[in-house]
Design a protein around this ligand. Structure first.
Ligand code: HEC
Length: 176
């Protein structure tokens, strides 16, 4: 068994182009567009998955895999200037949308079912009484607080705009 998987690994390494060889072995890669990964879709009643090109460019999202050694931008300190000026409704939208923050894959927020549990539960966030600037920094680039964090650096990697992060801060600070 072992030698078979080594041989299979070798065959994959020989077939894959150079850009793909830096990726973890289990990463699904779309050869036609290397910056867009593939997403699985169940083929009904077949027991199979088919892989479709992901519409969204995932380049700014780190894979969170220890095997992914592609260079990442350095952690960045963020400065929250002026009044917060955000919108809680937009913030909630950003927190649940897969093509925006998608915070619910890791965090629980009120009113959302099937949250992820990798990150802290954000229900009742207001009671933690963090300064707005600290929450802004955590979302902008969590690596400033924890170098080993799995939370993506939403600001540094341009996944979210400054305004979108402000909307999230207002939303989180409103959670009773
Ligand atoms: C891949 C998982 C993941 C995603 C996605 C993620 N986070 Fe986190 N987050 C974490 C983890 C884990 C922590 C705990 C601190 C650490 O390990 O760095 C955390 C901590 C936090 C904290 C600090 C909470 C506290 O009480 O100290 C805030 C605020 C936060 N995240 C907000 C967000 C927001 C807003 C989003 C979406 C834009 C988001 N997170 C997306 C994993 C994630």
């Amino acid at each position: 068994m072992r030698s078979i998987s080594i041989l299979a690994g070798l065959a994959v390494a020989l077939v894959l182009p150079v850009w793909a060889q830096g990726l973890p072995r289990d990463a699904a890669v779309n050869a036609a567009a290397p910056n867009k990964t593939l997403e699985p879709r169940v083929v009904t009643n077949s027991g199979r998955l088919e892989w479709l090109p992901h519409a969204h460019n995932l380049t700014p999202w780190p894979t969170l895999s220890h095997e992914d050694r592609r260079p990442a931008p350095k952690p960045r300190k963020a400065r929250l200037a002026g009044p917060l000026d955000g919108d809680a409704g937009r913030g909630r939208d950003i927190a649940v949308r897969p093509d925006k923050g998608y915070c619910i894959v890791c965090h629980q927020i009120p009113g959302e079912e099937w949250p992820g549990t990798v990150g802290l539960d954000l229900r009742g966030f207001k009671q933690r009484q963090y300064a707005d600037a600290a929450v802004y920094q955590q979302i902008f680039d969590a690596r400033v607080n924890n170098a080993q964090t799995v939370m993506p650096p939403f600001g540094t990697n341009n996944i979210l705009s400054e305004q979108e992060i402000r909307d999230l801060v207002v939303f989180l600070q409103s959670l009773e």
